[in-house]
Design a protein around this ligand. Structure first.
Ligand code: RAM
Length: 344
C-alpha cells in the first residue's frame, strides 16, 4: 500500500472514530444531507440549556440541507474542548461554533482550525476576538449585568448582603456579566448593597447545590443570590425551597422556565430573566452558513438572513471583536411562567 493510500485510510478511520466519539461524549450527529458539515461544541454535557441550543442549531442546519455535528465534553474545561476541536479539524468540518470554556485558552487550536479553512465563531460564551470571526450573543451583556443588579436591589429592599453564584471561574459570558454587575454596584444608588462573595458551581448541579449551602452557612444574613447561570439558579432554587427559606433569601438571575417554574411559583425566585436558547442555536446555524457561503466575513455592518428569525446585522462587540445580538432578555414571573415552562 502506498503512503498516500495509507494516509487516506488512517484519516477515514479517524473520521469514523471521531463521529463515534460524538456519542461517547454525550453529543450526537444529525444528518440533513448536503456536503457541508457544521459543528457545534457546547461547554459540557448534562446542561438542559445547552441541549436546547444544540436543538436549535441542529434544526437550523437541517432546514438548510446541511449536516450538523453536536459535541460537548463531560466537564466544562478548555482542555476537553481543545481535544474535540482537534478531532473536528481532522474531520475537515466546514465550520465550528464554539461555546467557550475559556476566553483565551482555545486560541491556538482555533487558529489551527482557521488556518485549515474552517469558519470559526463563538456563541453564548465567547472566545477572544483573535480566535473568532464573530460571536452570537444572546442579549446585550451590559444590560444583563444592570438588570440583575436592579433585581437584587429590589428583592433586598435596597440594602443588605448579596452573593453571586456563577458557573466556572473561566466562563467568559458569566465573567463579562459579573464585571458589568460590579460596575453597576459601584454606583451610589447601590451603596447599601454588599456583594459578599462570588461562588462558582461550575455549571454542575451538585457543586452548585453545595456552593449555595456554603453561602447560607457563611452569610446568615444573606438576602439575595444572583445566579447568572441556568444550572446555578435551579440548584439555588432547590436549596432555598428544601430549607423553606422563601421570603428570607431570594434568588434571581438567568433560568430556564422549565426548570424554574416550581421555584417561581413557591416564591423562592420571584422573577428571573432569559431568552430563547433554541433561537440562540438556530441563529448560530445561519451564521455558520452565511460564513461558509461567503455572505458574511464577520465584519461589523454585514447583513444576513436567519430563516424564521429574520434579518440580522453584525455589530461591534465591547471586547473589540464583532457580534450578532439575538435580542433583549425577557422577564419571567408568576404571571407568565406557565406559558413558558413547556416551551424551553
Ligand atoms: C448556563 C450556561 C450558559 C449560559 C446560561 C444562562 O446554562 O452557563 O452558557 O448562557 O446558563
Amino acid at each position: 500500500m502506498g503512503n498516500m493510500v495509507k494516509k487516506v485510510l488512517i484519516l477515514s478511520i479517524m473520521a469514523v472514530i471521531g463521529s463515534a466519539m460524538v456519542f461517547a461524549n454525550g453529543g450526537q450527529a444529525a444528518s440533513g444531507g448536503g456536503g457541508e458539515r457544521h459543528a457545534f461544541v457546547f461547554k459540557s454535557t448534562g446542561n438542559p440549556y445547552g441541549e436546547r441550543q444544540m436543538n436549535g442549531f441542529e434544526a437550523g442546519i437541517k432546514e438548510q440541507g446541511a449536516t450538523s455535528i453536536l459535541r460537548a465534553p463531560d466537564l466544562p474545561t478548555a482542555e476537553a474542548q481543545i481535544q474535540m476541536i482537534e478531532q473536528l479539524i481532522a474531520q475537515k468540518v466546514t465550520s465550528i461554533c464554539i461555546v467557550g470554556n475559556d476566553f483565551d485558552a482555545l486560541q491556538p487550536v482555533l487558529t489551527k482550525a482557521k488556518n485549515a479553512g474552517i469558519k470559526v465563531y463563538s456563541l453564548d460564551s465567547s472566545v477572544n476576538p483573535a480566535s473568532r470571526l464573530t460571536h452570537v450573543n444572546q442579549a446585550d451583556s451590559e444590560k444583563i449585568g444592570v438588570t440583575l443588579v436592579e433585581a437584587a436591589y429590589d428583592l433586598a429592599g435596597g440594602s443588605g448582603e448579596i452573593a453571586i453564584l456563577s458557573a466556572t471561574s473561566q466562563a467568559s459570558n458569566q465573567n463579562l456579566w459579573i464585571d458589568y454587575m460590579k460596575k453597576e454596584l459601584a454606583k451610589p444608588k447601590y451603596s447599601g448593597l454588599n456583594l459578599v462573595k462570588v461562588a462558582y458551581g461550575d455549571d454542575l448541579r451538585d457543586k452548585s447545590v453545595s456552593e449555595t449551602e456554603g453561602l447560607l452557612l457563611s452569610y446568615p444574613n444573606l438576602k439575595v443570590i444572583i445566579a447568572p447561570t441556568t444550572v446555578g439558579i435551579a440548584a439555588a432554587g432547590k436549596v432555598i425551597s428544601d430549607r423553606k427559606l422563601q421570603g428570607k433569601v431570594f434568588i434571581t438571575g438567568l433560568g430556564l422556565p422549565s426548570e424554574m417554574a416550581e421555584y417561581i411559583d413557591n416564591g423562592a425566585c420571584p422573577y428571573m430573566y432569559l431568552w430563547n436558547p433554541i433561537d440562540v442555536g438556530y441563529l448560530g446555524s445561519y451564521v455558520a452558513t452565511a460564513l461558509s457561503g461567503g455572505k458574511i466575513t464577520g465584519k461589523a455592518g454585514e447583513n444576513f438572513s436567519a430563516g424564521r428569525l429574520g434579518n440580522y446585522t453584525i455589530t461591534a462587540a465591547p471586547d473589540g471583536g464583532t457580534e450578532v445580538l439575538l435580542g433583549p432578555p425577557f422577564k419571567f414571573e408568576k404571571s407568565n411562567i406557565n406559558d413558558w415552562k413547556s416551551v424551553y
